[in-house]
Design a protein around this ligand. Structure first.
Ligand SMILES: *Cc1c(COP(=O)(O)O)cnc(C)c1O
Length: 470
């Protein structure tokens, strides 16, 4: 037997390869700009990948938000838009899809996820209250704070350790949650804010057993549980794979069971649901629905369109159904792992286990010589772009922002650079190019210094901050 024969990745891993359950019908050209063009673009963007022009990017892994490819079914749905101001047919299709796949009774569409976060936060949170959650998300926490609440992280300790192989790093630590309830009193906690595929922890899942226990605990104290369902389908795939008793259960059924432990959910449909824009808030309690349905007309639009066109709601209704297809979700998560496994094989430090939607580079171990105050993860994102036009995103000290009381920089344990994979957009060859880019920066890691922030916006600073090289 000859060892020199090329091997497919499947053969290297000792198994048969998988392939995407779709074929490509339309293409969008992309181009790698020259090194000097990239250098100029990066300087103009203040070393912030959010400020680059998309045209200057070769492979765009900034986010999986709104960047998915819609199916031919979804595009044909766009032609079936009922653009009536009130009572559009597409709204009822969307409502039906959410009831069928997520199981919630009352549905309010919103322009995207943060619109829904705004409504639920304003409806349920009073000033001085506390909202426990399994790690913060940027927009979620900000809306909770703007409503006068304080977010309290009750995620398991393993979530803060990028090297821990714990299978459910998105789980709530029940002791932390109960300690908070005892400390502040259950009447000070309007709800528990759960999230699937916890983004800031590296795309880590929460188990069915954990949500069941959270619900039991909250029932004892009469506290409601609400869910950020943005990447719940991906979370359900990992439950199917790792949690005892679910290996034969379809994703759709796992999703419905999981949501059944919660009183409602908000959703950025730009992620799991395979659309370019859209979101929703869905609840079971009629009184909460009454409040949010009333508020949506102030901030988003009438309660049967919430800032979306009829055609967007149609594409979203179809996307909800496609997002829970077992073949779709398996290849989606496996593509992320393909990239992660290449990097692990080359000893690049990443968050383990590889998450559902992205590979997170551990910038603290990647650049051990760059102090956190010099933005190692931001530096890494900038250098990856410069190397070969690959766009990623900082998830570290810049994203964490400042403490709302002291005004000091927060120093999160995790200092990460996220390579986020859009759904159904890139091929395995693109993943190879990305992996080689990371390897090239990693091989030269000692030559990089950090960055200094020269412009800092007040809210969600990571989006618009500017930096310069130290
Ligand atoms: C993207 C996202 C949001 C916010 O949704 P937008 O559609 O970007 O407004 C909320 N929660 C999570 C977990 C997200 O990833």
């Amino acid at each position: 037997m000859s060892d020199s024969k090329p091997k497919t990745m499947g053969q290297q891993l000792g198994r048969r390869s998988w392939a995407e359950p779709w074929k490509i019908k339309m293409v969008e050209p992309i181009r790698l700009k020259s090194k000097s063009d990239r250098q100029r673009a990066l300087e103009e963007a203040g070393f912030n990948t959010f400020l680059l022009r998309s045209e200057d990017v070769y492979i765009d892994l900034l986010t999986d938000s709104g960047t998915s490819a819609m199916s031919d079914r979804q595009w044909s749905g766009m032609m079936l838009g009922d653009e009536a101001y009130a009572g559009s047919r597409n709204f009822f299709r969307l409502e039906h899809a959410i009831r069928e796949f997520y199981g919630y009774e009352h549905v309010v569409p919103t322009h995207q996820g943060r619109g829904a976060e705004h409504l639920i936060s304003q409806a349920l949170i009073s000033p001085g209250q506390y909202i426990p959650g399994n790690m913060y998300f940027t927009t979620t926490r900000l809306h909770q704070e703007l409503a006068g609440g304080t977010f309290v992280d009750v995620i398991v300790d393993e979530a803060h350790d990028p090297a821990s192989d714990f299978p459910f790093k998105g789980n709530v630590d029940l002791r932390k949650l109960e300690a908070l309830i005892h400390e502040v009193g259950s009447e000070k906690i309007p709800y528990v804010s759960l999230a699937g595929t916890v983004n800031m922890a590296g795309g880590q899942p929460i188990s069915m057993e954990n949500v069941r226990s959270v619900r039991e605990l909250c029932d004892r104290y009469d506290i409601r549980v609400y869910l950020d369902a943005t990447r719940m389908a991906e979370n359900c795939f990992i439950i199917q794979e790792r949690e005892a008793g679910y290996s034969q259960t379809p994703i759709a059924q796992i999703l419905k069971e999981f949501c059944g432990y919660t009183a409602g959910a908000w959703m950025s449909a730009k992620k799991d649901s395979l659309v370019n824009i859209g979101g929703w808030l869905a609840v079971n309690d009629a009184d909460v629905f009454d409040q949010v349905r009333n508020m949506v007309v102030i901030y988003e639009g009438l309660h049967t369109y919430g800032g979306l066109a009829g055609r967007d709601m149609e594409a979203l209704a179809i996307g909800v159904e496609e997002s829970v297809d077992d073949d779709h979700i398996r290849t989606r998560v496996n593509q992320v792992r393909y990239l992660g496994n290449l990097l692990v094989a080359w000893d690049v430090p990443i968050v383990r286990p590889v998450g559902g939607h992205a590979v997170f580079l551990d910038a603290k171990r990647f650049f051990p010589h760059i102090p956190q105050d010099d933005f190692p993860a931001q530096t890494l994102a900038a250098e990856l772009y410069l190397d070969s036009g690959v766009r990623s995103m900082e998830r570290g000290i810049a994203s964490a922002g400042r403490d709302s009381e002291t005004g000091e920089n927060r120093h999160p344990k995790l200092e990460l650079t996220r390579l986020t994979i859009p759904r159904r957009v890139y091929t395995q060859a693109h993943m190879d190019v990305v992996a080689e880019t990371v390897k090239s920066v990693f091989d030269n890691r000692d030559s990089f210094r950090g960055l200094e922030m020269v412009y800092e916006p007040k809210y969600l600073r990571f989006f618009q901050a500017k930096f310069k090289r130290i």
